[in-house]
Design a protein. Structure first.
Ligand SMILES: Cc1cc2nc3c(=O)[nH]c(=O)nc-3n(C[C@H](O)[C@H](O)[C@H](O)COP(=O)(O)O)c2cc1C
Length: 259
């Protein structure tokens, strides 16, 4: 079967796509949700899907805090640049790098967790778990949006979520059935051969036709017509990093990446 999602991603037809994989290719961030509740049984399955992800040496160095809609969620949304989807999503999880659990099991050996390698493992574990929850959610018809803004005010997030030393809020995840009146579109990606190399890195590969395809996408969305190159230059040339500039100190203060 031809994959409509593949064509939008890359601008040409896929040679072939197994129909059961189409939903994986059709991901798009969804920021507006319908009122349809997510059944508790599905919620449990989504959590099991997250925990079914591979995890470095089975150390399972991540946790997620589910935050119901209400005053606490509103305060978290405020800390996440007041993003509306954080406030309104039927389900919201704050994903954490978590060394606390391991440190409590081996308190006299917990110093080892201060190596940056253990931080990297925790981040990878958390991202894999979240993305597996995302894949399951999208297969079940939900839409999702990650929230990196959770890292903008780490101290306030720490206080709000009662985070112990050895934990760090990495990102949020909003989930809910998409609002059919506000459909989200599939966003083109870099050409496959700009990202996938053979045997060695090819520093001359470039980004192919991506500038044209992405600026056409944004034009169609009435979101300007800047190319990807311009957006990258704007992103990297912005005034400063804001509150995230002190992330290394924040991490070290809580026991991560000290050596
Ligand atoms: C770790 C992470 C953090 C993100 N943070 C935000 C966010 O704070 N707000 C938002 O609206 N989208 C956020 N996004 C969504 C990205 O902007 C989006 O995935 C990207 O533009 C590609 O679009 P697509 O997901 O629709 O394909 C985040 C994505 C990731 C992976």
């Amino acid at each position: 079967m031809n994959s409509p999602a593949f064509r939008i991603r890359y601008g040409f037809e896929a040679p072939e796509c197994e129909p059961q994989l189409e939903s994986l290719l059709a991901h798009r961030s969804v920021r507006r949700y319908s009122d349809q509740p997510v059944l508790p049984s599905l919620e449990t399955t989504l959590k099991a899907a997250a925990q079914s992800a591979s995890t470095s040496s089975n150390l399972q160095m991540w946790s997620a805090i589910q935050i119901e809609r209400g005053e606490k969620r509103d305060r978290i949304a405020d800390l996440c640049a007041k993003q509306r989807q954080v406030q309104t999503a039927p389900l919201f999880f704050a994903f954490l790098a978590d060394h606390y659990r391991l440190a409590s099991l081996a308190p006299d050996r917990a110093e080892r967790l201060e190596f940056t390698e253990f931080y990297t493992m925790a981040v990878v574990d958390a991202a894999l778990a979240a993305e597996r929850m995302v894949c399951a959610a999208e297969l079940a018809g939900l839409g999702i949006c990650y929230i990196g803004e959770l890292r903008s005010h780490p101290e306030k997030v720490r206080e709000e979520l009662n985070l112990p030393r050895g934990t760090f809020g990495l990102f949020g995840l909003c989930l809910g059935y998409p609002d059919p009146s506000r459909p989200a579109d599939i966003k083109p990606r870099l050409p496959m051969n700009s990202v996938f190399f053979s045997d060695v890195y090819d520093a001359d590969r470039g980004i192919g036709d991506y500038d044209e395809r992405l600026s056409q996408f944004y034009r169609e969305q009435n979101m300007g017509d800047a190319t990807w190159t311009q957006r990258i230059q704007d992103r990297l040339g912005g005034p400063d990093m804001g509150p995230r500039a002190s992330q290394l100190e924040d991490l070290r203060r809580t026991g991560f990446a000290k050596k």
